[in-house]
Design a protein around this ligand. Sequence first.
Ligand SMILES: Cc1ncc(COP(=O)(O)O)c(C=O)c1O
Length: 270
Amino acid sequence: MSCVNIETLASGEIDCGELKVKLLQNKDTPAIMNINIGTTVRGAIDDLDLVIQTLEECGFSHNRFYIHCDAALFGLMLPFLDKATQVTFKKPIGSVSVSGHKFLGCPMPCGVQIVRKKHINALSRNIEYIASKDATITGSRNGHTPIFLWYALNRKGYHGLQKDVQMCMRNADYLKGRLKEFGVSVMLNKLSNTVVFERPQDEEFIRRWQLACEGNIAHVIVMPHVTIEKLDTFLNELVEKRLTWFKDGGNQPPCVASELGKENCACPLH
Ligand SMILES: Cc1ncc(COP(=O)(O)O)c(C=O)c1O
């Protein structure tokens, strides 16, 4: 299959204007789409409803497109956010996946992929020697991880997860607000706990805080274990370090307008 990349907006969301152009250029072939419910770097959530509307407007009937929703991190957060687009099989999606070792914090990599039955049936094989039907992608799987998933879900429960989500959103907003106050370029997408900001100038600092960096930007994903106290320690250290990095106006904070948008850039120009 040939693959077509679709540009994203500054937020990291899929650009549905560009999607429309590419769909119309490829009208004769069905479309398989990966929708991000929380991108890795910016925590952007694609507008599922707008994607479906765009497909329909471009003449793609429901049997000519397949949408997979990659909800690795945000799949367990979205149901608790009032204004979020909901990912549901009432909409014409084919599958959704969520990781167990991210928001739930299972101690080993695991996840759940929920797929419409008709697609599972197309994939599954009868395995004669174990007298069972196999619907896994690799042909085998770890039987231990579902127990960890079950345990984490039961221990936290619906209200426990809801509380965690609310706390993460509050703390992410706090981190964004404080960074802004200190004159650091920062972006926080709506409905996201991924705070993206100007890359610290010191590799030692990046290593110490294990910051995930990409080009001129770094991000912190505010998970349930990230407390206000921890954020304050981080902020105090960052502010102190910045005074040395940008001493006497010699070095200037980098321009991150193309990565975070002009409105979020606090470089001398913006
Ligand atoms: C958007 C997104 N999808 C998928 C993955 C990978 O998920 P997993 O670790 O469950 O394979 C990640 C991060 O690791 C991610 O950020």
